[in-house]
Design a protein around this ligand. Structure first.
Ligand code: SF4
Length: 389
């Protein structure tokens, strides 16, 4: 454990970007360091207000399993102090499922043979109106990576259609350049989500064998480019199960901490997606069971007290409800992962992956309230904006 110096955490890697941290940690067996933690080390971490990377690893270790009850109590208190008893709700809107990448775990990959669809302006408006009618005001726009189809100009045009309906628009598209992020920020996009999928550079090429996403470095640098381009919030994560979960969870936390230190004006958040069934046969190498996901959530909350944490509809309803008091701050609701899935169910395409929580927005609001929290539809409004909602 002592091999991992706190020095390599954030401050010394300013010049080389976050890859400098990844490179330094490549020489350290993070998995072994995590496995070497004992109960004494876990208790030490639990006693602190500000955790070091070594403390974070201890909380991700098998030795932390007997202490999860204590971790849960502390995580709940830390979250309530920072965020109150609130859960912000949002929903994704899939604009296009065209994709030139071959991510082996995704239904939209270029070789999957699914019907391809892309919404035109009228379709975008129909989807936006159907979502707005549920009361939601935070929207996440998604596309596959096919810039010849879903170009930055196309995404900007969709944003213009949706601006009057939604005060907060985020994107989860392909990795962009800084000027491209700035174009979208100027058009009214205030948030960006991008998952590294796995931080394991050696494993990454086999999971992304072709297409622009195979460029590990360009993807790794995207959240920082979005911060520089003026995004108000930046959400990162790994697709849990692609590699040993302790390692990817640890690297996700380190990445978030690094971004928080370097861009203190940006709201940095993490998502904790697990692999889900999709239109293909790839099986994840690592089983992330419910207990492991809870442990990651608790450790992440204690390591990053100010960080938003999102749990998606990949998780089943009862499990999601149980996670609410443990550190979650954002949840998706009323989700369809198909293009045209909100307004045009009968014509919509194959979804990106199967969801586990098909509840309506009203049902999720009720579930959030049942555990003593308040569902929030809107917590931000751009002052310079003409958005009337
Ligand atoms: S994960 Fe994204 S980039 Fe990869 S195949 Fe699916 S849609 Fe394309």
């Amino acid at each position: 454990m002592s091999e991992i110096s706190a020095d390599m955490s954030v401050r010394t890697a300013q010049a080389g970007g976050f890859y400098e941290v990844v490179r330094q940690l490549q020489d350290v067996d993070v998995q072994a360091a995590c496995m070497a933690a004992d109960g004494y080390r876990v208790r030490q971490a639990l006693a602190k207000d500000t955790l070091s990377p070594e403390d974070f690893l201890a909380l991700l270790s098998p030795a932390a399993r007997p202490y999860m009850e204590s971790m849960a109590h502390k995580a709940r208190d830390v979250t309530v102090r920072q965020f109150g008893r609130t859960i912000q709700l949002f929903t994704p809107l899939y604009l296009s499922n065209w994709c030139t990448n071959r991510c082996v775990y995704c239904s939209f990959n270029a070789c999957s043979g699914i019907d391809r669809m892309q919404l035109d302006a009228a379709g975008v408006l129909r989807e936006g109106q159907a979502i707005a009618a549920t009361g939601l005001r935070h929207l996440l726009l998604l596309t596959g990576e096919a810039p010849a189809k879903a170009s930055v100009d196309y995404i900007r045009d969709c944003v213009r259609v949706l601006r009057p309906l939604f005060p907060s628009l985020s994107i989860e598209v392909y990795a962009l350049t800084e000027p491209e992020y700035r174009t979208l920020a100027v058009a009214g996009v205030d948030g960006m989500t991008l998952f590294q999928e796995t931080y394991n550079e050696a494993l990454y090429p086999s999971l992304h064998p072709a297409g622009p996403k195979s460029n590990y470095h360009f993807r790794l640098g995207a959240p920082e480019r979005a911060c520089r381009a003026g995004m108000r919030n930046v959400n990162i994560g790994a697709l849990l199960g692609l590699d040993q979960w302790q390692r990817d969870a640890f690297m996700t936390g380190m990445h978030a901490l690094w971004l928080q230190h370097r861009y203190p004006g940006v709201d940095i958040a993490v998502s904790l997606p697990r692999m889900r069934p999709y239109a293909g046969s790839f099986q994840p190498v690592c089983d992330v069971d419910d207990r492991a996901l809870v442990q990651i959530l608790l450790a992440m909350r204690l390591f990053l007290p100010r960080c938003g944490i999102t749990i998606s509809t990949r998780e089943r309803p009862a499990f999601r409800d149980n996670l609410i008091p443990l550190g979650v701050t954002r949840m998706s609701a009323g989700v369809s992962t198909a293009v045209g899935g909100h307004a045009e169910n009968e014509h919509s395409s194959v979804g990106q992956f199967e969801i586990s929580d098909p509840r309506s927005v009203d049902e999720v609001v009720e579930a959030v309230s049942r555990v003593g929290y308040q569902a929030v539809f809107k917590d931000w409004h751009p002052l310079e904006d003409s958005c009337a909602v």
